[in-house]
Write a protein that binds this ligand. Structure first.
Ligand code: SF4
Length: 325
């Protein structure tokens, strides 16, 4: 095995975190030693998580009609994309039905995701009533991603029974202004901090393949480590016609696996979730995400690109000798 990867593996397996110079060496060595990196990342995943993996489904509670300008996003009304410019809001019954379907499919984490920078007071009040119904009537844990919220709003959601808040950093602090100009990085960081203070679990990650550099992967991972995210969703750009990144070349499958494996080294005890772009970009290599270090996949409902059935994902997990739960 490559000696840098071997040394880093031993250090992580012994329970010590890698520092920035060590991570930079690992990133450099991994360019030509992907097989070693994947083998080691799988060992780290097994050490800290065993064979258990999570399935997570999301429902777009509010889809489209967003006044923000995230360059990868089909839901921005600033771009002409396949998603309607007018927001579509799901009813209580539609969200409850999606939660029931997720529960029936054996999904463990159900997330309600809203487009837009923030939610209205009326929507907040509705969600405060809906979250306990999902928890009690359907019997599934509820997560939500509702944009940039105040500490008070996050406390109200926690009091309503929300388990985890999803709010992505998207990329590094350095690269963020190239991708979003309508709000800033600190808006996102402070929402995550407020969610932690409110007692919520944190699902925070980002998107790769948006023109960033390798150093941006490290920056974001270290920021997430410092913040204390318990789950890191990893999205891989699937270019949407009409967005500024429509012509961005996609990441090769082996490059995606490399990024996941590097994150497994940097965030050894954090759940890594293969989320948007898994099917389109990894194609036949998608089952490799677990070997690269993922402990979770987004399954079933996707925001704006078609997914595949949860049953197919569960079969893949069984075939790999892993256990969904
Ligand atoms: S990522 Fe969220 S905030 Fe950004 S454009 Fe899309 S829906 Fe709006």
């Amino acid at each position: 095995m490559n000696p840098v990867i071997e040394q880093a593996t031993q250090q992580v397996l012994d329970g010590d975190l890698l520092d920035r110079p060590q991570i930079e060496s690992l990133v450099a060595e991994s360019r030509d030693n992907l097989d070693d990196l994947l083998y080691a990342a799988n060992r780290i995943r097994r050490r800290f998580f065993g064979d258990r993996v999570h399935l997570c489904s999301i429902v777009p509670g509010r889809l489209g009609g967003c006044d923000q300008d995230c360059a990868f996003c089909a839901q921005s009304s600033r771009y002409t994309t396949p998603v309607d410019r007018t927001a579509r809001i799901l009813s209580d019954d539609q969200i409850l039905a999606a939660a029931a379907e997720a529960k029936q499919n054996g999904v463990t984490h159900f997330g309600i995701v809203y487009s837009g920078k923030r939610v209205s007071d009326a929507e907040m009040s509705r969600l405060e009533k809906l979250i306990p119904r999902i928890r009690d009537e359907i019997g599934i844990g509820v997560c939500a991603g509702l944009g940039i919220l105040s500490a008070e709003q996050l406390r109200r959601l926690r009091a309503a029974g929300l388990q985890r808040y999803n709010h992505n950093l998207e990329t590094s602090r350095r690269y963020f202004p190239r991708i979003v100009s309508a709000h800033n990085y600190d808006d996102r960081v402070s929402t995550i901090r407020s969610a932690i203070e409110a007692g919520l679990g944190i699902c925070a990650g980002g998107i790769f393949g948006i023109g960033e550099q390798e150093s941006d992967w490290i920056d974001m991972a270290l920021e997430l480590r410092a913040l204390g995210a318990d789950t890191v969703p990893m999205n891989f750009l699937h270019p949407i016609p009409g967005t500024p990144l429509a012509d961005q070349p996609t990441l090769a499958p082996r490059q995606i696996l490399r990024i996941i494996a590097l994150y497994r080294f940097i965030l050894p005890r954090t759940h890594l979730k293969a989320a948007g772009g898994r099917l389109a970009n990894l194609r036949d290599l998608q089952s490799w995400v677990f070997y690269a270090g993922c402990t979770s996949i987004m399954s079933g409902n996707y925001l704006t690109t078609a997914g595949r059935s949860v049953a197919e994902d569960r079969q893949m997990i069984r075939d790999l000798g892993l256990e969904a739960g």
